[in-house]
Design a protein around this ligand. Sequence first.
Ligand code: MEV
Length: 327
Amino acid sequence: MQPSSLRNKRSTASAPAKVILFGEHAVVYNKLALVCAIDKRVYVTVEPLQNDTIEIFSDQYNALEKYSLKELDIFRKGDRYRYIRKAISLFFKDFDIKSGLRINIKSEIPPASGLGSSASVSVATILAMMDLFDIKIDYRKVAELAYKTELSVQGIASRTDTAIATYGGVLFINGDEFEMLTAEFPLIVAHTGKEKSTKLMVEKVRSLRERYPNIVDRIIDAIGEITKSARDKILLRDYNLGELMNINQSLLRALGVSNERIDEMIKIARKCSAEGAKITGAGGGGCIIAYTRKNIEEVYRGLSRVSNFVIRTNISNSGARIESGDE
Ligand code: MEV
């Protein structure tokens, strides 16, 4: 496809952030996960360039980087924009397209925070490219390409983050399958102030599992059982989920993905009468979630004293969507 046919076109798509309610890490070993989208989004605008350059700008890094089409898959130490470059490369291969592109990313999601910014950016980029190149919008394909992107950048990944960034709402992930649930409750999300690396945390659990397979497999199984129980409760509209969150957090601690800062924030949330609090995502930094239906203000204020990024959010039913496409 020649970019000349798209000379005046540009397309913007967005995708939501996510929080994992239950089951992170265990889901990598084919256990279950419960995840929901929240009302923070990433917006990606894509426009064609008349040369072979991919220009990427993100308001969060305030950095413009340029790559030739040949460099899309070559990652050097400290490189930015790995997910977005991989997503473009896989998309081009899949649809047999070659084109220079200018990509502009506006994000309400802090990077490396456990809120799924890499998945959201990959999903929004792929959807915007589908629109730009007049390919019939296919959300299954979006989720699939975004998952392949995570898999090749991280080496190991579940479908959790990319599925929720594509479909929004609440998803119960079971391997390659997922079930859409409905639920309504508020959540408080607070950042530890430390970026996390999903890749490193996933490797940490893998290495622990290699050293103590019998023990770690039991922890992973127990996390799977917690997730199953949480799903059963949600199906019955029983939102007493705090206790299960606290047990899940203790098991994540046992897997070695919590740390002093996370433990301290969780303690504060519980002192302020949160029903439950846990890591959300890979751990090692990033965000925690606090669950409370009655003491929102108290928990919000308590966590705001120790964190610069605390949000009150609801579940968002809006998955990835095209925001605009101009001629
Ligand atoms: C990261 O948000 C969740 C993990 O379970 C990794 C994955 O599912 O790919 C830690």
